[in-house]
Design a protein around this ligand. Structure first.
Ligand SMILES: *Cc1c(COP(=O)(O)O)cnc(C)c1O
Length: 413
């Protein structure tokens, strides 16, 4: 009797997943076994149980800090000294010296008064934007059209009015700012390096508009920190603009090689987020080993540029060869190289061939992460790749493009 009115929940959810599959949007994860000291090489475990060595070409561990001996040593020491977990939320016994040291280190990195560490860059964005825009009365947020999901969710949860400006389009941004009551509080939320496009925001122009129209700036430097600027402070540091950005948001999960996120800014702003952001308050704080590793990584990259130079050199060679061979990558200024395939099934087929025939792991990037018709491989040459890796991979790509009659772009001189 009761069973007849019970919705078949499994069948329902299966149908949702099946719809994704029919649309070519179903995600399959590659199971990797990273081996410290051998990145970008790793072992790939197939569903059939077979194991094979692959070279990773889509990692965000841009500088190989995930296997840096200084970082690993700091993590081992923290475990030996302080054990596994932090033991609570930040408010209830979970603030350790590791948290405080890391926050001071990050504030210093960005030349700000204070910083706040979150469990991830995602929760940093969601919590900070959500809180600031909610606290400001009648706030308007100006959001770049390609902002990351974590920022979008934060803006939504704030309930504030959000105006989306066309990607990197400062004229459109100014139009929107002009059309708003001058008395309303304003936040401009944008990224430095756009992860799926590989292009970089016109940060100076956006800051100038913020100053002209009295807006705060919130800059996601997740793909910039560690990599750009003489101390790894990000693109804003490299361009001498860091002091004019109100809030910098970053992650320890990408160039720093660990996990965790943060914001840096003025004392009142940081204190407000600390006091009101749910995603900061109601969760167990990060464990000592992670924080010690992040601290070691941030401090290390403030002082060492070898990794950045190596990475840049690899990226430059990589782009130069792709250009020469006419492969259609999106020509951004950053280290991220999106190679456009333009069709989901084809994109998946190519990455399957790379994995199965050549031992190269690249994850296809499909809708909804990027618009349909722009499906791509998001390629990252890291500091840990060798020039040999670069030559080998570009040679394979060239052959694949020819064998499959894929579209080339006119070679750029
Ligand atoms: C990855 C990413 C985040 C989230 O950072 P995590 O530390 O991975 O949670 C935020 N913003 C952008 C632009 C990202 O690419």
């Amino acid at each position: 009797m009761t069973s007849s009115i019970r919705l078949d929940y499994n069948e329902f959810f299966q149908s949702k997943v099946d719809a994704l599959k029919a649309d070519g949007r179903y995600r399959t994860f590659a199971t990797l076994e990273r081996i410290a000291g051998q990145f970008p090489k790793a072992l790939h475990h197939s569903p059939d149980g077979s194991i094979k060595e692959v070279t990773i070409w889509c990692s965000n561990d841009y500088l190989g800090m995930g296997q840096n001996p200084v970082v690993l040593e700091a993590m081992h020491t923290a475990i030996d000294n302080s054990g596994a977990g932090a033991g609570g939320t930040r408010n209830i016994s979970g603030t350790t010296k590791y948290h405080v040291d890391l926050e001071n280190s990050v504030a210093d990195l960005h030349g700000k008064e204070a910083a706040l560490v979150f469990s991830s860059g995602y929760t940093a964005n969601e919590g900070s934007l959500g809180t600031l825009a909610k606290l400001l009365p009648d706030c308007v947020i100006y959001s770049d059209a390609l902002n990351h999901a974590s920022m979008i969710h934060g803006m939504r949860s704030s309930g504030a009015e959000t105006k989306v400006f066309r990607h990197n389009d400062v004229e459109h941004l100014e139009e929107l700012l002009k059309a708003t009551d001058v008395r309303r509080p304003k936040i401009i939320a944008f990224e430095s390096v756009y992860s799926m496009e590989g292009d970089i925001a016109p940060i100076a122009e956006i800051i100038a508009l913020a100053e002209k129209y009295g807006a705060m700036t919130y800059l996601d430097e997740v793909h910039g920190v560690g990599l750009y600027g003489p101390r790894g402070g990000g693109v804003a540091e490299e361009r001498g603009l860091m002091h004019r950005v109100d809030i910098v948001e970053g992650t320890f999960g990408k160039a720093y090689g660990l996990v965790g996120g943060y914001i840096a800014g003025s004392k009142p702003v940081i204190d407000a987020v600390r006091s009101f952001a749910s995603t900061f308050i109601f969760t167990t704080s990060l464990p000592p080993a992670i924080l010690a590793g992040a601290y070691a990584s941030v401090e290390y990259l403030k002082n060492s540029s070898i990794e950045r130079q190596r990475q840049r050199n690899n990226v430059a060679h990589f782009k130069k060869i792709l250009n020469r061979d006419g492969l259609p990558y999106m020509q951004g200024e950053s280290h991220i190289v999106p190679l456009v395939v333009g069709e989901a099934t084809c994109c998946k087929m190519l990455t399957d061939i790379l994995l199965n025939d050549y031992g190269i792991y690249v994850q296809p990037i499909n809708y909804p992460t990027v618009p349909k018709g722009t499906e791509r491989m998001r390629l990252t040459a890291t500091a840990a790749h060798t020039l040999e890796d670069v030559y080998k991979f570009t040679g394979i790509l060239k052959d694949l493009w020819e064998q499959n009659h894929l579209q080339h772009h006119a070679a750029v001189a």
